[in-house]
Design a protein around this ligand. Structure first.
Ligand code: BGP
Length: 479
């Protein structure tokens, strides 16, 4: 059974919903630049308008209230607060989030705030390369301190950095990385960026603990449980290797303050390990997390692979077309593991394996190992939706997906796992990180296309009405 007071809601991120990319003093983030490029190359929408939540936030909060949300997870755009990344705060940007938070609180909705969701201010990229430079740790620290002091009276639940593991894997979508670093010889930088993020995460945890009296804080991690392709011992070992490098490498930092040994050894053997300065590990160990927030969409599968060959990370696992099977290959670490398709699972049109049981597996495994409360801050089905002539969206496929994942979460809770909240992706349709706006996740439809933002009218999908019943019954009624 879901406990009384369980937080139900949904999730978004700033650059994917807000729009108003250059309004009221905001300057570009790296996502404004990356998404302009994706528009040119693939025809995916830019972040200029996105879902225009900046202008629709009152309407959106009213819809969340109607649906019964008791929480809403959103992120703050660093470049709206500090347009130049550092220096003077932008009063209008600061006010926008006060307005949003007040609107939510007045509707009885608890804000769950993410400090950083892929959108480094472009000014810092221009100044020193953004995340490629250790200087960002100082600027992030100032930004995080500003946030907790400014909003800490109203915001109790904080997540620090969104999806470090996914930033490592898909660094060009999530960070601005100059062309000349993409030839495969600079993969160490992925782990260096991650190290800077670990420092930032620890600093942010300490800030919340210092300035937010009843505050709780943790990272939001993109997490897939990993199965072995077969029961051959070699595949099972490869699964353990993949688990170490893709998952434990992050969770061991958050909860134990150490780099996972197997992953660290592998990275050192291949010249990929980050440079660590004196005092870094002490700082990391001091910034303990109160919970782990999980973004779970799909499980993964790994198999053994020969020791000769090249490390393949760049462009692995990307499907841009939205046609099943059109995937650009699989991450390979020769002699360690290779990711592969799980023949037992159906996938979305973008080749993400649909696996509700994986949610239960993940929750039980993480709780067994770390014994800390868990939150689901993302989970959802990216799909093509059709707006019918009479203005409806019949997304039964999304309802099926969410229902089975809620059931899986319930099974984990019934076996003793402490889960605090469920915030599927996404509250409303928004700009996908990899596929424009035609890949939709929302409970609420946003009427726009990749090349035409139209008026971004909001329309409740069938899943909205279904989720409303789920919340009202604390998930007793999932029909
Ligand atoms: C997570 C991100 C989100 C999001 C989601 C779906 O990795 O935290 O920002 O968009 O995945 O991914 P996509 O948009 O690429 O379909």
């Amino acid at each position: 059974m879901f406990p009384k007071g369980f937080l139900w809601g949904a999730s978004t991120s700033a650059y994917q919903v807000e729009g108003a990319a250059y309004e009221d003093g905001k300057k570009a983030s790296q996502q404004d630049i990356i998404n302009k490029d994706s528009f040119q190359k693939y025809g995916f929408a830019t972040a200029d308008v996105a879902s225009d939540e900046y202008h629709h936030y009152k309407e959106d909060v009213a819809l969340m209230k109607e649906c019964g949300f008791s929480s809403y997870r959103f992120s703050i755009a660093w470049a709206r607060i500090f347009p130049d990344g550092n220096g003077e705060p932008n009063p209008k940007g600061v006010q926008y989030y006060h307005n949003l938070i007040h609107e939510l609180k007045a509707a009885g909705i608890e804000p769950i705030v993410t400090m950083y969701h892929y959108d480094c201010p472009w000014a810092l990229v221009e100044k020193y390369g953004g995340w490629l430079n250790r200087q960002i740790v100082d600027d992030f620290a100032k930004y995080a301190e500003f946030l907790v002091k400014e909003y800490g009276k109203e915001v109790r639940i904080w997540t620090t950095i969104n999806e470090q593991s996914i930033i490592v894997q898909y660094w060009t979508q999530k960070c601005y990385i100059p062309e000349e670093l993409l030839d495969g010889n600079h993969n160490q930088l992925r782990y260096q960026i991650n190290h800077y993020m670990n420092l930032c995460h620890a600093i942010a945890c300490n800030l919340v603990h210092t300035y937010v009296p009843d505050g709780i804080v943790g990272a939001a991690l993109g997490y897939s449980c990993i199965y072995p392709l077969t029961s051959r011992p070699e595949d099972c070992m490869a699964m353990q290797n993949a688990q170490a490098l893709r998952n434990d490498y992050y969770t061991d930092i958050y909860f134990k303050g150490i780099y996972n040994k197997a992953a660290d050894t592998y990275l050192k053997e291949h010249g990929l390990a980050p440079v660590i300065e004196n005092g870094d590990m002490d700082l990391i160990a001091s910034g303990t997390s109160d919970f782990l927030a999980l973004n779970y969409y799909a499980s993964e599968c790994a198999k053994a692979c020969p020791a000769d060959g090249k490390i393949q990370i760049q462009w692995s696992g990307v499907n841009r077309s939205g046609k099943k099977g059109d995937i650009s290959g699989f991450e390979t670490h020769p002699g360690f593991y290779q990711m592969c398709k799980n023949p037992n699972l159906d996938t979305t049109d973008w080749d993400w394996a649909i696996d509700p049981t994986g949610m239960e597996y993940m929750l039980r495994d993480l709780y067994n190992r770390y014994n800390k409360p868990l939150m689901i801050t993302e989970n959802g089905l990216g799909a093509y939706d059709t707006l019918t002539e009479d203005g409806k969206i019949h997304d039964s496929y999304r309802i099926d997906y969410l229902r089975e994942h809620i059931r899986a979460m319930k099974r984990a809770i019934d076996k003793g796992v402490e889960v605090i909240s469920y915030n599927p992706w996404s509250a409303i349709d928004l700009l996908s990180t990899s596929n424009g706006v035609k890949k939709r996740y929302g409970l609420i439809y946003v009427d726009r296309t990749d090349d035409d933002p139209k008026n971004c009218a909001r329309i409740r999908k069938d899943s909205f009405y279904w989720y409303k019943k789920v919340i009202a019954s604390n998930a007793e009624d999932l029909t």
